[in-house]
Design a protein around this ligand. Structure first.
Ligand code: RB5
Length: 148
């Protein structure tokens, strides 16, 4: 799968570890940064990853900051993005099945690495269920068209 990833200075360790694992598994990962020793404002990183996903360069995105909250708020400002901040596997699964989330967000200060790896695995392996959920997702996206 083509995956775009990014983090701010609060989450470089997880971003690199997860990027390397996903590449070892055969995924094509675009890493927009940042690297150790650098600093970044999470909206800048979220906009980059959001743009790659919304534009179709990447199928899914993963954004990690201290909590995942700032990344998710910022990514959801990009048209076409449905970013979900989660900290347990059930929500990682349901955000795909019900909400068709296309970006996963979480916080390096919130979840341990084993949970983080589980969130990524579940998010990437779970398909959207469609059906009764499809119309709700369409309604989410229709909100974009009603904004000034
Ligand atoms: C950076 O200190 C922190 O604010 C950021 O990583 C994130 O948690 C914001 O939501």
């Amino acid at each position: 799968m083509k995956i775009a990833m990014g983090c701010d200075h609060a989450a470089v360790e997880y971003k690199n570890q997860i990027r390397d694992l996903l590449r070892a598994q055969g995924h094509e990962v675009t890493d927009v940064g940042i690297e150790a020793g650098e600093k970044a404002d999470y909206p800048d990183i979220a906009e980059k990853v959001g743009g790659l996903v919304a534009g179709g360069t990447a199928e899914k995105g993963i954004l990690i900051c201290g909590t995942g909250v700032g990344m998710s708020i910022a990514a959801n400002k990009v048209n076409g993005i449905r970013a979900a901040v989660v900290s347990e596997a059930y929500s990682a699964k349901l955000c795909r099945q019900h909400n068709d989330a296309n970006i996963l967000c979480f916080g390096q200060r919130v979840v341990g690495i084993e949970v983080a790896l589980e969130l990524v695995k579940v998010f990437l392996e779970t398909e959207h269920e469609g059906g009764r959920h499809a119309g709700r997702v369409e309604k989410i996206m229709a909100i974009e068209g009603r904004q000034e």
